[in-house]
Design a protein around this ligand. Structure first.
Ligand code: FEO
Ligand code: CA
Ligand code: CA
Ligand code: CA
Length: 599
C-alpha cells in the first residue's frame, strides 16, 4: 500500500459551487484578475493588439501567443536564492489556435494566405514575460526587458541526445540532423532543478501531412494525416520552405532534399533557458517521442540520478519515466543530464505493484520482446523516434489518456491524471483503468520502491472523478457538490503539499454535464479532502498553474474561452467584456488579506 503522507493544515476557504459564469469565480476573500491575454505587445516594436484580430504575422511574432497552457514562474533571483516573490519570468505555453478567432474572418480560404500562416505559426510556442509586482499589488509586464521573448513554431532549435544526427531527422534544413524549426502544440510543461523551462509537444502530428500510399511507422503510429495538415499550412501561398516542411510526403527527391523526416523532429520535450534570451531551445530526445502532455521531476537526491516522468495523452497510451545515467549534483546539474539515460514505460499490475520496463536497445529482454513481436530497431535513436511502438512491444499498460503528473515535494509520491477514455470497453478494463466508457477520468498515484530511480513501485487510485455520489473504492472519498469533477488534466503540487487539479471537459461535457464550466480544485493528498477553488468562463479550459515562492500570488491559465465562437458570434467575451473577442489569458489570484493561497 502507498504510505500516508503529511497533509497540510490548509483548505480553510469555502468551496465555490459548480456554475456557468462568463467570468472567473474564486472563493470569498480571493481576487482573480486577467493578465497577459493573447495579443499583448511583448517584444520588438510592441505592436498593439487589434480588437478585430487583424494583426499581421510580424505583429504576432512580437505579441503573446494564443491558447495559454502550461506555465512556470521563475523568481528573478532563480540562480541565487529563488525567493523573490515580486519579480520574475513568467513562462507559458501556447498550445494551438482557434480557427474562428485568430483572423477577422477566421480561417476561410484555401489555399492558405502565407501571412496568415505566418501569424498562426507565431501564435504557437512559448512566451517569456518579465513581470513585476507594483506597490499597489498589481503585476505588470516589464516593457523593453531583454528577457521578454517569443519562441514560436518557427524558432530554430537543436536536437539533443541520442536522436541528434540520426538519418531519420535529416532534412533539407538540417543535412546533419542536428537542427529543426519550432515547437508545436505545447500543452503541459515542466521545469528543471537548474532553472530552465520544459515545454511539451503534444498533438504535433496533426500539423503534418504525408499523402504517400504507405507512411513510415514513425508517422502512422502518431497519426500524421494522409489528407491535409490541421490548418493546411502546407498550402501556404506564396509557398516558402518554412511552410513546405509541413508536407512530409516523399516527392521523388532524396531524403536530404525534402521534408519526409520533418515530423520526426517533433514529439519531444524542449528545454528553454528563459534567463538567456539568445539560447537555442534544445529538444531532449532521450525523454522519448510521443504526445507529451507534461513533464515532472522526481524528488531530487544529491548523488542520485535525476528522474523525469511524462505521460502520452492519447487513448490507450502510456506513462514514461526517464532515469539519467549521470548522478545529480546541485553544483553541476544542467541539460546534459537529460541527454543520456534510460527511458522506461509503466506496467501497472493487478495486485497494486508496478514495473518500469526499459526501452533500451542494449536490454536483452526488451530486444527479445521486440523480436517476438516481429519489430526491429536499428539503434537507440530508432527506438526513441518510435517510442510508442517500443512501449507496445515492452508490454506496458494502456492508460485512459495520461495528462499531467505531480510529485509530492516531501514524499516523492507521484500522481497522474487520466483524463478520460470513452473508448475503453468492459473487455479492456484493468485494475489501473477500472471503468469502461470512462468519461470522467481518474487520478492514479504511486510510490517508488527503494528510491526514485527504482524499477518497481506500488500504486493505488487516488480518486475516481464523476458526479455527486461517485465513490473511490477502498477509500472514504465520495464526491459531493463541493468537489464533483470530470476530465482532470492539469495537476500541480504547491510547496505546502496541496494538490491542485484542473479540468478539461469537452464542450459537450460542459454543456450537458452536471459539472458547470471547467474548474480548478485543490486536495489534501493525505485525507483526500477536496474542494472546488475556481470556476472559469464559458467554453474555456483551466490549465497551467504556478505561484510565487511565498505562495501568495497564484498564476492560472484560461485557455480557449468562447471555444464555440464563430467569426461573427462570440460565445464568451472574457476577459475584456462587452461584445469583445474572447482571448486566452493568465489569471492572477491573490488573497485579499495577503495570505497564502489555499488557506
Ligand atoms: Fe493538451 Fe492533453 O491536453
Ligand atoms: Ca492538457
Ligand atoms: Ca486535456
Ligand atoms: Ca485545451
Amino acid at each position: 500500500q502507498v504510505p500516508p503522507v503529511a497533509g497540510p493544515a490548509l483548505l480553510g476557504f469555502t468551496a465555490v459551487a459548480a456554475a456557468r459564469p462568463d467570468g472567473i469565480i474564486v472563493p470569498e476573500g480571493y481576487t482573480a484578475k486577467a493578465f497577459l491575454p493573447w495579443g499583448t505587445p511583448l517584444t520588438g516594436s510592441y505592436p498593439a493588439f487589434l480588437a478585430d484580430a487583424s494583426n499581421s504575422g510580424s505583429d504576432q511574432e512580437q505579441q503573446v501567443g494564443m491558447h495559454h497552457d502550461g506555465m512556470h514562474f521563475f523568481p528573478i533571483d532563480q540562480r541565487s536564492g529563488a525567493t523573490d516573490s515580486s519579480e520574475g519570468l513568467l513562462v507559458f505555453n501556447h498550445e494551438y489556435i482557434d480557427n474562428n478567432l485568430i483572423h477577422p474572418n477566421g480561417i476561410d480560404t484555401l489555399p492558405r494566405i502565407a501571412d496568415q500562416v505566418r501569424k498562426e505559426i507565431a501564435a504557437h510556442g512559448v512566451t517569456v514575460a518579465h513581470i513585476q509586482r507594483q506597490a499597489n499589488g498589481d503585476w505588470h509586464l516589464v516593457s523593453n526587458s531583454p528577457f521578454n521573448r517569443r519562441i514560436t513554431g518557427a524558432t530554430p532549435m537543436e536536437l539533443a541526445g541520442p536522436v541528434r544526427g540520426s538519418s531519420k531527422v535529416i532534412t533539407k534544413y538540417s543535412q546533419d540532423g542536428s537542427r529543426t524549426r519550432g515547437t508545436l502544440n505545447n500543452c503541459g510543461n515542466g521545469f528543471t532543478p537548474w532553472g530552465t523551462y520544459l515545454t511539451c509537444e503534444e498533438n504535433w502530428a496533426g500539423y503534418f501531412v504525408n499523402t504517400d500510399a504507405e507512411q513510415p511507422r514513425e508517422h502512422s503510429r502518431y497519426g500524421v494525416s494522409d489528407d491535409n495538415g490541421r490548418y493546411y499550412w502546407e498550402t501556404a501561398t506564396p509557398m516558402a520552405d518554412a511552410y513546405q516542411r509541413f508536407n512530409a510526403s516523399t516527392t521523388g527527391a532524396s531524403a536530404e532534399e525534402d521534408y519526409r523526416n520533418e515530423p520526426n523532429t517533433f514529439g519531444w520535450i524542449v528545454e528553454i533557458d528563459p534567463f538567456n534570451p539568445d539560447s537555442v531551445p534544445q529538444k531532449r530526445t532521450a525523454l522519448g517521442r510521443f504526445g507529451h502532455e507534461g513533464v515532472i521531476f522526481g524528488k531530487l537526491e544529491e548523488g542520485q540520478p535525476v528522474v523525469v516522468y511524462s505521460g502520452d495523452d492519447a487513448t490507450f497510451e502510456y506513462i514514461y519515466k526517464f532515469v539519467s545515467s549521470a548522478p545529480y549534483y546541485q553544483n553541476t546539474a544542467g541539460g546534459h543530464l537529460l541527454n543520456d539515460g534510460t527511458l522506461y514505460v509503466a506496467r501497472f499490475n493487478a495486485d497494486g505493484s508496478g514495473d518500469w520496463l526499459p526501452l533500451d536497445i542494449n536490454n536483452t529482454d526488451f530486444m527479445a520482446k521486440a523480436a517476438a513481436a516481429g519489430v526491429s530497431f536499428t539503434d537507440q535513436a530508432d527506438v526513441l523516434i518510435n517510442t510508442r511502438l517500443a512501449a507496445d512491444v515492452a508490454g506496458a499498460t494502456k492508460m485512459d489518456r495520461p495528462e499531467w503528473g505531480a510529485v509530492h515535494p516531501e514524499t516523492g509520491e507521484v500522481y497522474f491524471t487520466l483524463t478520460n477514455n470513452s473508448r475503453r470497453t468492459e473487455a479492456d478494463v484493468d485494475a489501473a483503468n477500472p471503468r469502461a466508457e470512462n468519461r470522467t477520468g481518474h487520478i492514479i498515484r504511486w510510490h517508488e520502491r527503494e528510491n526514485q530511480a527504482a524499477t518497481a513501485f506500488d500504486w493505488d487510485i487516488f480518486l475516481l472523478a464523476g458526479d455527486v455520489g461517485t465513490a473511490t473504492p477502498g477509500t472514504e472519498l465520495v464526491l459531493d457538490a463541493d468537489n464533483h469533477l470530470a476530465s482532470p488534466d492539469g495537476l500541480w503540487f504547491d510547496a505546502n503539499g496541496l494538490l491542485w487539479i484542473q479540468t478539461d471537459m469537452s464542450g459537450s461535457q460542459q454543456g450537458e454535464g452536471p459539472f458547470g464550466n471547467n474548474q480548478m480544485l485543490v486536495a489534501d493528498p493525505q485525507t483526500r479532502q477536496l474542494k472546488r477553488f475556481l470556476v472559469g468562463p464559458t467554453d474555456c479550459e483551466v490549465t497551467g498553474i504556478t505561484a510565487t515562492p511565498d505562495m501568495k500570488t497564484l498564476f492560472v491559465n484560461i485557455q480557449h474561452p468562447g471555444d464555440r465562437s464563430t467569426p461573427d458570434n462570440f460565445t464568451s467575451h472574457w476577459p475584456d467584456g462587452g461584445s469583445s473577442r474572447p482571448r486566452s489569458a493568465t489569471v492572477i489570484i491573490t488573497k485579499d488579506d495577503g495570505g497564502v493561497i489555499g488557506s
